[in-house]
Write a protein that binds this ligand. Structure first.
Ligand code: DGL
Length: 268
């Protein structure tokens, strides 16, 4: 799995909770975040480089746990990589379709994600009955990477950026950036109790489990429920960052859990 930084840990958490025995390698490109403001071809190049690093570790699947990278590079990676590659955009839309009553759904993401039109295309493909309103939230990712998820400053920014979605009267809001679940309390306070916040984390974890437990996994044991009442044994969870290791460990433990214990450095 990879992301520009800590955001994809929201998917890691969901996957470990669903299938604790699955081995995983997470790459956080903290040394080069944020991806959101960068040109699409630069983000696609980063996504290809990280995928190569993961493939060197014999992974059975690659999860692009970053909406910005998935928006511009998912199809290209799927065409060129021998293992399954999945993104987080369609899973997020499926989660929204289950949650909405009115069919009026908001999507927030980075500038790159919203500019790419990837959500609008995916909605047309998998849930054409939904009416979506997309809105970029520049600055949210930087707050999360700084460890600030509930200060007055982030609240003020959220009030300003989310105003169009409040005006649009959506009943469901897709957190279309894997960093945003870390800001769920602030975003929820601003949107109000009547708006359901959905992330792609659980749906993506289900998809990983479904695909790897299917007929042709290229590596790793298929997941199975423990049969004897014993807890499922824990898999190996490895974390790699292109940025500061200590910072990744500290914030990763806070956002994801004690699994983020050993963090390796990657030098580009
Ligand atoms: N977590 C990434 C995403 O889902 C954030 C991208 C960024 O670094 O701006 O889009």
């Amino acid at each position: 799995m990879f992301d520009s930084g800590l955001g994809g840990l929201s998917i890691v958490r969901a996957l470990i909770d669903l299938v604790p025995s699955r081995d995983l390698v997470y790459f956080g490109d903290t040394g080069r975040f944020p991806y959101g403001p960068k040109p699409a071809d630069e983000v696609a190049k980063f996504a290809t480089q990280i995928t190569e690093v993961l493939l060197e570790r014999d992974v059975a699947m690659v999860v692009v746990a970053c909406n910005t990278a998935a928006a511009v590079a998912l199809e290209q990676l799927q065409d060129h990589v021998d293992v399954p590659v999945i993104g987080v955009i369609e899973p997020g839309i499926r989660a929204a379709r289950s949650a909405t009553n009115t069919g009026r759904v908001g999507v927030i993401g980075t500038v790159g994600t919203v500019r790419s039109g990837a959500y609008q295309r995916a909605v047309a493909r998998v849930a054409p009955d939904l009416e979506v309103v997309c809105c970029a939230c520049p600055g949210f990712v930087e707050f999360v990477e700084a460890g600030d998820i509930d200060s007055d400053q982030v609240h003020v920014l959220a009030e300003r950026l989310l105003a169009p979605l409040r005006a649009a009267a959506v009943d469901t809001l897709v957190l279309g950036c894997t960093h945003y679940p870390m800001l769920a309390r602030t975003i929820g306070d601003v949107m109000g109790r009547d708006v359901v916040l959905v992330s792609s984390a659980e749906e993506t974890a289900f998809e990983v489990d479904r695909l790897l437990a299917g007929p042709n996994p290229t590596a790793g044991p298929p997941s199975s429920a423990p049969t004897s009442g014993e807890p499922e044994p824990s898999g190996r969870h490895s974390f790699v960052t292109s940025g500061d290791i200590e910072r990744f460990r500290t914030l990763g433990t806070r956002f994801c859990g004690p699994e983020v214990a050993d963090v390796e450095a990657h030098q580009w």
